[in-house]
Design a protein around this ligand. Structure first.
Ligand code: UD1
Ligand code: CA
Length: 420
């Protein structure tokens, strides 16, 4: 059977991060760099992922758990050496293998699919992802012949002055034929300026054998940027933020300020929804059509908002299922709750969902009116068409169509101030 396998190189040291943690477990938008790469590969349709680990491998394994198979590279003798460690896992298998970098975290699924498709359609034994850089210094250069066929990759340190002028660089991401990759890896030698086993030499080895190789130029150069220090980590976070926000714009969502809106991965937002500035929406949240969110809203994990919902300023919600036309307009915390349709939650209302040990649920029905500054001490169930008076601390269930008041009566002492 033809398989599609991916290898993620995750053995590197990452000294420039100035961190006690492996660079690969630093996060972009709440997700570790290496996990982001693994998930992108999964979405591109690979059957199995192998991670080459080394430096601080326990940390990487703690993040990836059993989503990948692990291979250890004990000494860092070059990218070719890293992939040689995988040979025992590849022997006897047929198909294609994607080589990815654990520290190149914002590569897109579509790009990996394009690379795979190109290699299949053009029947190539090696397909390299490349980019055109104004300043290609430091990267491996793509050497092509007069007809434009890829011949080899020459590393900066081994390149002639003329080769250094080439602006097409190797992104370090490839698709190979499994069987031919194994044969080529077995021929690698460290006879080069850095004394390393270069994975890039595989291209020349394959060409000399008469095997067809090729390249795909990446559409967006920012995709192949790597993370070596905190400044690059911050820069990639910015790039990812704007990329995701623009995707939502394309789908018919209004985002007033794309630089100050933070939408994590795999969020669904319906048409005509408006997102005001300083809103944070966590991974996997679902928001319907024509909703209004923010400014300064914090929509955390496992929230599901139907159409025409309003979640306004300084509102934090978590594990909240909110029905159509319901409004939570200001200064609320609604966590572990289910709220029906057409309900209004007053300013400052909160769910007291946590007693220090257990998280409990608040259920509020349809067409309820919750006054300002109400506390719902969960677990509690508020029926349809109820009215909860402002300032109430609700500890008991409220039946449908009822009024609930749970607060101290006010006492006015006349003349009290004059007598002082
Ligand atoms: C490599 C490419 C270069 C390309 C560049 C893109 C080679 C020889 N050169 O160069 O053509 O332009 O990437 O960024 O492949 N790694 C290991 N074990 C090792 C060595 C490296 O796991 O023994 C990992 C590193 O942690 C890193 C990746 O492989 O994630 C790339 O290694 P790096 O040393 O950064 O390669 P470059 O010299 O940048
Ligand atoms: Ca590098």
């Amino acid at each position: 059977m033809d398989e599609t396998i991916a290898v993620v190189m995750a053995a590197g040291k990452g000294t420039r991060m100035k961190s006690s943690k492996s660079k690969l477990v630093h996060k972009i938008y709440g997700k570790e760099l290496v996990k982001r790469v693994v998930e992108t590969a999964q979405k591109a349709g690979v059957h199995e992922i192998i991670a080459v680990v080394g430096y601080l491998k326990e940390q990487v394994m703690d993040v990836l758990k059993d989503t990948v198979t692990y291979v250890e590279q004990k000494e860092m003798l070059g990218t070719g050496h890293a992939i040689m460690q995988v040979i025992p896992n590849l022997k006897g298998r047929k198909g294609r293998i994607l080589i990815l970098n654990g520290d190149v975290p914002i590569i897109r699924t579509e790009t990996l699919k394009n690379l795979l498709n190109e290699s299949i359609e053009k029947k190539q034994y090696a397909t390299i992802l490349t980019a055109i850089y104004d300043n290609p210094k430091g990267y491996g250069r793509i050497i092509r012949d007069e007809l434009g066929n890829v011949k080899e990759i020459v590393e900066e340190k081994d390149a002639s002055e003329k080769q250094k002028q080439i602006q097409e660089i190797n992104a370090g991401i490839y698709c190979f034929d499994i069987e031919e990759l194994i044969l080529a890896l077995e021929k690698l030698t460290p006879n080069n300026a850095q004394g390393e086993y270069y994975l890039t030499d595989v291209i020349k080895i394959m060409n000399e054998k008469g095997l067809k190789t090729g390249a795909v130029v990446v559409e967006d150069n920012t995709e192949i940027l790597g993370v070596n220090d905190r400044e690059q980590l911050q820069m990639l976070t910015e790039v990812l933020k704007v990329r995701i926000n623009k995707e939502h714009l394309k789908n018919g969502v209004t985002i007033e300020d794309i630089n100050n809106t933070y939408i994590y991965d795999d969020v669904e937002i319906g048409m005509d929804t408006v997102i005001h500035p300083n809103t944070i929406i966590k991974e996997g949240v679902k928001i319907g059509e024509n909703c209004e969110i923010g400014p300064n809203a914090y929509i955390r994990e496992e929230c599901n908002l139907a159409n025409n919902v309003k979640v306004g300023s300084f509102v934090e919600i978590k594990k909240a299922d909110i029905g159509e036309k319901t409004k939570v307009p200001h200064l609320s915390y609604m966590g572990d709750c289910k709220i029906g349709k057409g309900t209004n939650i007053g300013c400052g209302a909160i769910t007291c969902n946590y007693d220090g040990t257990l998280k409990s649920k608040t259920i509020i029905g349809d067409n309820a009116f919750v006054g300002s500054n109400v506390n719902f001490v969960a677990p509690v169930n508020i029926g349809d068409n109820t009215f909860v008076a402002a300032g109430s601390t609700i500890t008991e269930d409220v039946a449908a169509d009822s009024l609930a008041i749970a607060r101290e009566r006010q006492t006015n002492k006349e003349g009290w101030k004059r007598r002082l």
